[in-house]
Design a protein around this ligand. Structure first.
Ligand SMILES: [Fe+2]
Length: 398
């Protein structure tokens, strides 16, 4: 392997949103190698590295996994309680299903502030942007699932430069690590906060497209905003990539078509990201996505949602319920005529507010083709199943 990033203590950036901040200590060596085509087995020291499958049958999907410790919102999840922060159990249950591939759709790191004095729920939890917190929040609890299959990582807003971006570039980004794209220097964020999309083939007729939306906004972008230009470029690249396969599964941490969490289950509020909508909507006013995108998969909202449209929009899946504190409830049924975005008409809808994870199983031609999406509880009990063909899905509660 070659060295990706040497151990280092990175000076405090000084633009942290948190009052307590400290230099990020990365006391680990990061190495990398490209997996040679056809190689079936690899080992690092005494550890077997899971090989890419010849044929991908089962994909595990998780997002928003970390334990929230954030002083600016006075939000402290009980990281010491495996029921209130269940990511370790999620990883264990998901690994037991023997996936061929794992997708993490962003927001990996959540431990930004020290646990307050006297709070027993998170007492002694490691925090900050250095490796110790990354290990506690991700590498340790994810262990069984990391050993089960190769992973694809999507960058979330928690991995933007002024938050846990330094760890993102050391451990997860697919490009060569460079000081210019390390998030170490805030003056270089204008580049490092964005990445060009890439595709991962998963079947003869299907691919994933990985989109970095980490720095998007809750409000529409002005066309003069430099972020608007960056995202416009990224979206045009998505359109080019879609030409490679019949079905593209688009993955961005922030959803474009979603239902927001609410205080009471009968309430309804659209939850799509207005920053991304302003960019995608400029290029695709009707559909929001290029034609080849049949399914859009996201996290960010800490819920499970499957939304299939009568209108010509891709199936929208939100799967941000894998560990980080829930932020509210999702309506079980949508009010008649509920609009997620102008021109959308919902045909099939399933949602769940509890913690869990999902799998996507490829169905053979004999079974009619397409994919079966299954939503599971933390313990690995299947609770919702959605049959996906092209851009449409039909869900049922089990
Ligand atoms: Fe997020």
């Amino acid at each position: 392997m070659t060295v990706r990033a040497d151990p280092a203590t990175v000076a405090l950036r000084g633009d942290s949103a948190q009052k307590d901040a400290k230099p990020a200590v990365f006391d680990v060596l990061t190495c990398e190698a490209t997996w040679p085509a056809g190689v079936r087995q690899a080992r690092v020291a005494d550890r077997e590295v899971p090989a890419p499958a010849n044929k991908i049958q089962r994909i595990v999907i998780i997002a928003d996994t970390g334990c929230r410790m954030k002083a600016s919102e006075n939000a402290f999840q009980p990281c010491n309680d495996p029921v209130k922060w269940p990511f370790a159990k999620v990883a264990q249950s998901a690994a037991a299903l023997k996936p061929d591939l794992v997708l993490h759709i962003g927001d990996i790191h959540y431990r930004e502030s020290p646990c307050p004095q006297g709070n027993t729920g998170c007492a002694d939890s490691l925090w900050g942007y250095g490796y110790d917190a990354w290990h506690a929040d991700f590498f340790k609890p994810a262990g069984p699932l990391l050993a089960a299959a190769p992973w694809v990582f999507v960058r979330g807003n928690h991995e933007s430069c002024f938050r846990a971006g330094q760890g993102w570039f050391r451990f997860f980004d697919t490009q060569v690590w460079r000081e210019q794209r390390s998030c170490n220097d805030p003056n270089l964020d204008a580049d490092a906060d964005y990445s060009m999309p890439y595709a991962v083939p998963i079947a003869v007729d299907a691919q994933l497209i990985v989109f970095d939306s980490s720095k998007t906004n809750g409000k529409p972008f002005a066309t003069t905003d430099s972020a608007y230009g960056k995202y416009l470029q990224q979206t045009k690249r998505v359109a080019e990539l879609t030409k490679q396969k019949t079905n593209s599964f688009f993955m961005s941490h922030h959803p474009l078509l979603a239902v927001a969490p609410v205080k009471k289950q009968h309430q309804f509020k659209p939850g799509g990201n207005e920053g991304l909508q302003s960019v995608f909507g400029a290029l695709y006013p009707q559909r929001l996505f290029p034609d080849g995108v049949t399914v859009a998969m996201h996290g960010h909202v800490h819920l499970f949602e499957s939304i299939s449209f009568k209108s010509d929009h891709p199936l929208s899946l939100v799967m941000g319920n894998s560990g980080s504190a829930n932020e509210g409830l999702v309506p079980e049924v949508l009010p008649p005529g509920a609009q997620l975005y102008p021109g959308t008409e919902v045909e099939d809808y399933a949602a769940r507010s509890d913690y869990g994870f999902a799998t996507l199983d490829r169905l053979d031609a004999t079974a009619g083709g397409g994919w079966m999406l299954t939503e599971y509880t933390v313990d690995g009990q299947a609770v919702i199943q959605c049959r996906i063909v092209g851009a449409k899905s039909r869900c049922q509660k089990l």
